[in-house]
Design a protein around this ligand. Structure first.
Ligand SMILES: Nc1nc2c(ncn2[C@@H]2O[C@H](COP(=O)(O)OP(=O)(O)O)[C@@H](O)[C@H]2O)c(=O)[nH]1
Ligand SMILES: [Mg+2]
Length: 418
């Protein structure tokens, strides 16, 4: 209720709280609410609904007045109606302008968020475009050819990367050019072992998993040695012998003895490192070459592998150690074999049973990955014939589906014996 000398005024809002806030913004605490009613107004698009409106009546404490620009100033006496109206108008303007600042700040923040979102979405779209980007036809074709040849996933990636780095989009359209270059890269990725210098007694050792053809290959190496020696020594035969350290396999000794007899060479058996040392010492002075056979183990049989490594350690023997594995072994298994036979310090590998395989991408990929070189291929069961010194061209001419320019690769990588 207002007293006689007081002027009752009204303020409206959606809620009572809103009205009080409006009054607080205008007068601080210097007002007194005299009445409060809730009214209903038509609202909505067609003004069908009625919306509640709170009407608050109030009086202002007249000791004080409010100036729009300087906040509170003391005022004595009653202000005229016009002054009061002006004051209220100024206050409302001030409130509006502070509201405007707030609203524009919020708009700015929203604009920034929208910009950030736009930027983020553009980035995501770009990434999506790259990941789903259609590969160039030539790259796709090369990828298919490499897969067909059983190259490993990482080898194929390496070649793709090289293609992207080396060729312009225009050059990529020329598939023959890309194909020719890829064949060159494959050739360059193959490392061929250098022939070792002949130092009698030259000791050959082949290690590797069971059944890969170690014994057969050792005999082939011996046969080849005899043949080459005779060619270089006026038809004279070299003095050679075999030593088997294979105590695991039934008939291992007999298998070798058969060959020894055939070649007119002695065959010895060594079960321990001391035996091997004694045999080596007895034969070193009068043999041109000594061929040592080993037992095969599963590549995961670390204990036996370590035992055999100890057995083969003979001071001063300085053998040529080869790791043998079959051409048809999966790339992942080859990785495992090469890793587990690493303790022998093999210089190069012999890829056996190439006659039973069509693709060699697995071998090329793993040798490249492990930085190992290859010395021989074997390709059959005939000891006097089925072994060849490895050459890059031998691998390249066996690439399936690739167009091979034989003259170009022979000029680039050297003549192949085949
Ligand atoms: N097709 C084919 N068979 C081979 C080759 N080398 C060895 N073998 C055969 O593979 C089998 C196991 O050979 P072996 O020398 O006893 O293997 P080891 O257990 O590693 O000593 C034998 O039947 C051999 O005749 C090859 O190059 N091609
Ligand atoms: Mg054997």
């Amino acid at each position: 209720m207002a007293y006689e000398d007081e002027i009752e005024q009204k303020v409206t809002g959606n809620t009572y709280e809103e009205c009080k806030e409006k009054l607080f913004n205008l007068y601080g605490k210097d007002f007194r609410i005299t009445n409060k009613v809730v009214d209903f107004r038509p609202a909505g698009l067609f003004r069908m609904k009625k919306k509640p409106v709170t009407v608050v009546s109030y009086v202002v404490n007249h000791q004080k007045s409010y100036s729009a620009d300087s906040g509170r100033t003391y005022y004595s006496g009653r202000e005229s109606e016009e002054e009061q109206l002006n004051r209220n108008r100024e206050a409302i303007l001030q409130m509006q302008s502070s509201n405007n600042v707030l609203v524009s700040k919020q708009i700015n923040e929203m604009t920034n968020s929208i910009e950030e979102l736009k930027h983020e979405m553009a980035q995501q779209l770009q990434q999506l475009a790259v990941s789903t980007q259609e590969k160039h036809e030539s790259i796709k074709k090369i990828e298919e050819l490499l897969e067909q040849n059983e190259f490993s996933f990482s080898y194929i990636n390496m070649i793709e990367e090289k293609i992207r780095n080396e060729f312009s989009l225009e050059q990529l359209d020329n598939f023959d050019l890309v194909e020719r270059r890829v064949v060159d890269w494959i050739g360059e990725s193959i490392s061929i072992a250098k022939e070792t210098v002949f130092r009698p007694p030259h000791v050959f050792i082949i290690v590797g998993p069971t059944g890969v053809g170690k014994t057969t290959t050792l005999v082939k190496l011996a046969a080849q040695f005899v043949k080459n020696y005779a060619q270089n020594h006026d038809g004279n035969r070299p003095e050679i012998c075999f030593i088997t350290t294979d105590t695991m396999r039934v008939g291992a000794m007999e298998q070798l003895e058969r060959w020894g007899k055939h070649m007119g060479s002695q065959v010895y058996k060594a079960e321990k490192s001391e035996h091997l040392k004694t045999l080596y010492d007895e034969n070193r002075a009068n043999k041109d070459a000594i061929f040592i056979d080993t037992s095969g183990f599963s590549p995961n049989d670390a204990t036996h592998i370590a035992q055999m490594k100890l057995l083969l350690e003979v001071q001063g023997m300085n053998p040529d150690i080869y790791l043998a594995f079959t051409a048809g072994t999966k790339a992942r298994d080859l990785q495992n074999i090469m890793q587990n036979y690493e303790p022998f310090g093999y210089k190069s590998v012999i890829v056996t049973k190439c006659d039973e395989s069509e693709q060699f991408g697995n071998v090329i990929s793993v040798l490249n990955d492990k930085h190992k070189s290859i010395s021989y291929f074997t390709h059959g069961q005939v000891a006097s014939r089925d072994i060849t010194r490895a050459g890059v061209v031998d691998f390249l001419i066996r690439l399936e589906g690739f167009k091979i320019d034989r003259i170009h690769i022979e000029d680039k990588f050297g003549y192949s014996g085949e």
